[in-house]
Design a protein around this ligand. Structure first.
Ligand code: GLC
Length: 786
């Protein structure tokens, strides 16, 4: 079944069949307010914190799916028939109801046609105001006059989502609703002493209203059959306690062919002041258009930093629009809230947020710098890091040293900070002094150096890194003397990066010191971690190897092959052999599974990974984040055909025509795809949007397949593309200049730069030097053997 298509010219994904296998959602808002909206207008909204600032309610993982939402109902007062401006919740038969949903960058638009009435409903959040604008145009497409009622409906959440979901004996007796001047006033007092406020304002006169959910919907009914809409009139209910809602009715008498606009504002603030100001302001369509133009500009600016033209339409849709959009969305909202992450946790996940910077550093380096400082504040003086960090409420002190220390968290800043330095050339950042989470402070450079020292100090019996609470794989909980090859390779890559940086800074002693660590680590890896055709994943507390031919479960894991290559720790022959083993044992048409065979037995020495059924999540699922590293590894090896095959296997756009198998949005990455050992759902995706896959997939395609990488001395060009490609183009901002890079592939090779011409002159090597700010640089690259 086909549900939609990409409209790249408008940077929209168009859903033409609303009966999608899962909710296909979009994110609204870029500042303090976030709205999540599905292709049927379901979803929720929050201010600042998904945990404590929840304005609009959503029932997660519920039946029916996708409730409640930003619902607009229409009622024909002559026939008494009613429907919604989105297919759900009224769900008229699709033979009679035509629907189109256009998810765009920061907005969603719904078009409908039913009973001779056309609607065009747009929802967005202004860039700097905590409110949602719901604007609808209703058109009478018949030749007779129509008497319509238009109802807007929102269900309020009690701000603190954990209370909202559990503490009913208290929370159901807190709200104090009111209505005045065409505006619903959502007021509440919460213990201890907070009085958050919200409103729903109508720019057209309100004919009737409800503020009590039960009065509007009716007991034993649902959003698809609200009692008030059925009756053609709200009851004027004022909820004092109970479940509050905002419901208002506008009357629209439409002559044949006539169009009317209505606009509702759902926002944070006092109904009497902010609500009234909004109601007056946004009554003027030009004011709404001005806000909308700013949203468009926000996204246009961000996406202008990078674009590519390749022979593949799927690659272009993803790399030019959706992958970048997802990277920024993930950067903005970290892992706080989605349709599968209910948002009851707050703050930034240390490793996740650190990696998120990699996907946006080319576009918003100043914001990345600030984020890196926030994250470094969560590093302990000992070099390790907190697993989660709360930049809004951060306070230094020993309380920040938790019992559980992960073996990878603190190492990600080495990757992220050096990526920032290469992108910007801002080496002065290294001297900035940043406090530690527990006590003291140090320069950014010393933060990174301490991270390396911490890993060095936490090595096990084989001289490689201990697994500690877990490594990147949260579910690999190797206890005691258990060791992780993933963290070892990440550490190795950190040592390589820091050696290069120290040399550049003239810190020869440091460079030598890190280099000595690297050499010893390499010797230990070579001595203990090679299993003949691939690398082990680690060692258990008891000394048993994790992975390897001799194991009956999980003989081979993806991460230790890919990171053996990414780190540079694998010698060339081993690098090729381990990736060949990955292709042989782990690769499938839907992506590379995390391990094979799946764990079937619980094993306390290995951890939570062994509790998932085979093929799900980290147990032999296709973890998309980890798949991006396989693409990077093949890119580094110059095997462009392999890189593209791996990239395409989990590329959402490539699933567009197989949506009934894939089920999730074909325009953004999901966390994982069900693996081949699952009995029935191989190829089904889950947990979309806020995943580390976004940033690393962008790194993989832009830096390792298309092969344009920021480096200290310029833009390094080193593509690894499918041999059938004739070439491609990349336009990219770099340190304030614009680079137009045209790559030709006359010999149909996968990799190997033959020559590079910059502004008409051949250069030595493959690094295009930085140009003055504002300049436009033209580079022509020819692939093929020298
Ligand atoms: C989840 C976590 C991430 C972890 C990954 C693998 O995506 O957010 O931190 O690396 O799972 O376990």
């Amino acid at each position: 079944m086909h549900y939609g298509r990409f409209d790249d010219a408008r940077r929209e994904y168009v859903i033409t069949n609303p009966d999608t296998p899962m909710s296909w959602v979009n994110y609204l808002g870029t500042g303090e307010y976030c709205g999540i909206i599905s292709n049927n207008a379901a979803g929720y909204g929050f201010h600042k914190s998904a945990k404590t600032g929840r304005l609009l309610r959503f029932r997660f993982n519920s039946v029916p799916a996708d409730r409640p939402g930003r619902y607009l109902y229409l009622r024909d007062n002559a026939t008494e028939d009613y429907w919604s401006a989105t297919w759900q919740p009224c769900a008229k038969p699709l033979s009679k109801y035509k629907a189109e949903c256009r998810h765009g960058l920061g907005y969603t638009r719904f078009l409908s046609r039913y009973a001779g009435i056309r609607t065009n409903y747009r929802v967005f959040v202004p860039v700097d105001r905590p409110l949602e604008i719901w604007e609808i145009e209703v058109e009478n497409a018949t030749k007779r006059p129509r008497d319509l009622s238009l109802f807007a409906y929102a269900e309020w959440c009690f701000w603190d989502m954990n209370q909202d979901l559990s503490n009913f004996q208290y929370i159901l007796y807190t709200c104090r609703m009111a209505f005045a001047d065409d505006t619903v006033d959502y007021s509440i007092r919460l213990w201890p002493f907070s009085e958050p406020k919200g409103f729903l304002a109508s720019t057209l006169p309100v004919a009737s209203f409800d503020t009590d959910r039960d009065a509007f919907l009716g007991q034993y009914r649902d959003e698809g059959r609200p009692k008030a809409v059925e009756a053609g009139r709200c009851t004027g209910s004022i909820a004092v306690g109970g479940n509050p809602c905002g419901a208002v009715e506008n009357r629209l008498a439409l002559a044949p062919g006539e169009k009317r606009r209505a606009c509702f504002i759902v926002g944070v603030g006092d109904a009497r002041t902010v609500g009234q100001e909004c109601r007056r302001k946004y009554a003027d369509p030009a004011a709404v258009e001005a806000e909308f133009a700013r949203v468009r500009q926000y996204w246009a600016e961000r996406l202008a930093a990078y674009s590519a033209k390749t022979p593949s339409a799927e690659v272009d849709s993803m790399v030019n629009v959706w992958n970048q959009y997802q990277c920024h969305t993930t950067f903005n909202w970290s892992r706080s809230a989605s349709f599968n992450e209910a948002g009851g946790r707050d703050g930034l996940g240390f490793r996740d947020s650190t990696q998120d910077t990699l996907g946006v550093v080319h576009a918003i380096p100043a914001r990345v710098r600030a984020r890196l400082v926030d994250l470094l504040k969560a590093q302990h003086a000992a070099g390790s890091a907190m697993h989660g960090v709360q930049p809004l409420t951060w306070r230094q002190g020993p309380h920040n040293v938790e019992r559980w220390i992960f073996s990878d968290d603190h190492l990600w800043p080495v990757i992220a900070v050096t990526a920032y330095l290469k992108e910007t050339g801002d080496l002065a950042f290294l001297d900035e002094v940043v406090p530690f989470a527990d006590a003291g402070e140090a320069s950014v450079y010393d933060h990174l150096a301490r991270a390396l020292e911490f890993s060095w100090s936490k090595r096990g019996p084989h001289g490689v890194c201990l697994g500690l609470a877990a490594d990147w794989n949260d579910c690999l909980n190797l206890r005691g003397q258990g060791e992780s090859l993933f963290s070892t390779f990440l550490f190795y890559r950190g040592l390589v990066e820091m050696t290069a940086l120290a040399e550049r800074l003239g810190r020869a002693a440091d460079a030598e010191h890190f280099e000595a660590y690297r050499a010893e680590l390499k010797a230990n890896v070579d001595r203990h971690a090679w299993d003949g055709e691939w690398f082990l994943r680690g060692f258990l507390d008891s000394g048993r190897p994790l992975g390897g031919k001799a194991s009956d479960q999980a003989k081979i894991f993806i991460n230790s092959q890919t990171w053996a290559v990414l780190s540079g720790a694998a010698d060339p022959a081993k690098a090729l052999a381990c990736m060949d083993s990955l292709h042989k044992h782990l690769a499938t048409e839907h992506g590379v599974v995390k391990n094979w065979p799946a764990f079937r037995d619980h094993d306390a020495e290995i951890g939570a990974i062994t509790s998932f059924p085979p093929g799900l999540k980290e147990n032999a699922g296709i973890f998309c984040h980890a798949n991006t590293w396989a693409v990077v590894a093949e890119g580094m090896l110059g095997r462009g055909d392999h890189a593209m095959r791996l990239y395409r296997a989990f590329l959402p756009a490539a699933k567009n025509d197989a949506a009934d198998v894939y089920t999730m949005e074909p325009y953004v990455y999901s966390q994982f795809i069900t693996g081949k050992e699952h009995p029935s759902k191989f190829g089904r995706a889950r947990n979309s949007w806020l995943t580390g896959t976004a940033s690393w997939a962008f790194v993989a395609i832009s830096q390792y397949i298309l092969g344009v990488r920021a480096d200290y001395d310029g833009l390094a060009i080193s593509p690894a593309i499918p041999s059938e490609w004739d070439g491609f183009e990349v336009t990219r901002r770099f340190r304030g200049a614009t680079y137009r890079i045209k790559v030709k592939n006359p010999k149909h090779v996968c990799a190997g730069v033959r020559r590079v011409k910059v502004d008409g002159k051949w250069i030595d090597g493959n690094i295009v030097p930085p140009a003055p700010e504002g300049a436009t640089v033209k580079a022509e690259v020819v692939l093929g053997a020298m």
